[in-house]
Design a protein around this ligand. Structure first.
Ligand SMILES: [Zn+2]
Length: 204
C-alpha cells in the first residue's frame, strides 16, 4: 500500500498520514492562519488499480483512508469491507467467522436498531461471536438532538438482545477492550464496545 502525508496548502506543514484522522492544520486551529485545505501527498505517483478490491477501494493507492488506514494500524491480515447497511455487515461478519476469521463491525449505535433481527436469528442462534465497535451517539458532546433517543436506550437494548456490553466512558477503560474481545470470541458471544461521542470528535 502507498504511504502518504497530509500537507497544509497555507503554511506547508506536513502531518503523517497514518497518525490518525486529521481534518485541519494545527495552525488553522490555533488561529495562526485562516481555513486551509490539507492536501494528501502520495508516495506513489501513479495509481495501481486493484481490481481484486471492491468499489472505490480499487483506487486505494490514492485514498488516504479505508483499508490502508486499517492495515497500517493493525497489520496486513486485516480485511476491510464496506457495506451499505449494518445488518448486511452482520451477515458478512457471520460468513467471515465461518471461514475462520475474527469479525468486527464498526458502526454507530443506531445500527443496532437496523440489526436486531440479524443479531438474534443469526449470530445468537448459531452462537457466532462478532465484536461491534460502536460510536455512542447521543452521549456527551452530541450535537444532533435526534440521536439522543437511540443513545439513551442502546445499553438496555443490547441487554435485551443478549449482546455483551463494554461501555467506555474514560480513557483508562480502553485497557479493558483486549480481554473483553478475547472473552467474546472464546465464549461465542457477541460484544458491543461503546465509545462516547467525544472519543470520535476532532480533539484539536
Ligand atoms: Zn497550516
Amino acid at each position: 500500500m502507498a504511504d502518504f502525508l497530509l500537507r497544509c496548502v497555507q503554511c506547508g506543514r506536513e502531518y503523517e498520514g497514518t497518525a490518525g484522522v486529521r481534518l485541519r492544520c494545527d495552525r488553522e486551529l490555533s488561529g495562526e492562519h485562516g481555513p486551509a485545505l490539507l492536501r494528501a501527498q502520495y508516495e506513489r505517483r501513479q495509481i495501481n488499480v486493484r481490481t481484486n478490491l471492491p468499489g472505490i477501494f480499487k483506487f486505494v493507492d490514492w485514498l488516504p483512508t479505508g483499508p490502508y488506514y486499517l492495515k497500517s494500524q493493525f497489520g496486513p491480515t486485516v480485511v476491510y469491507t464496506p457495506v451499505a447497511r449494518e445488518e448486511e455487515g452482520v451477515g458478512m461478519a457471520c460468513g467471515a467467522y465461518l471461514a475462520g476469521r475474527r469479525p468486527a463491525i464498526v458502526m454507530q449505535n443506531s445500527g443496532f436498531g437496523n440489526s436486531v433481527n440479524a443479531i438474534l436469528s443469526l449470530l445468537n442462534y448459531y452462537r457466532v461471536p462478532v465484536v461491534f465497535v460502536v460510536s455512542h451517539r447521543g452521549s456527551d458532546g452530541e450535537s444532533i438532538e435526534a440521536q439522543r433517543m437511540m443513545g439513551a436506550v442502546v445499553l438496555d437494548l443490547l441487554k435485551v438482545i443478549g449482546v455483551e456490553r463494554l461501555n467506555i466512558v474514560e480513557p483508562k477503560m480502553l485497557a479493558l477492550i483486549p480481554p473483553a474481545v478475547e472473552q467474546a470470541y472464546s465464549a461465542n458471544r457477541s460484544l458491543a464496545i461503546l465509545l462516547p461521542f467525544s472519543f470520535w470528535m476532532d480533539r484539536n
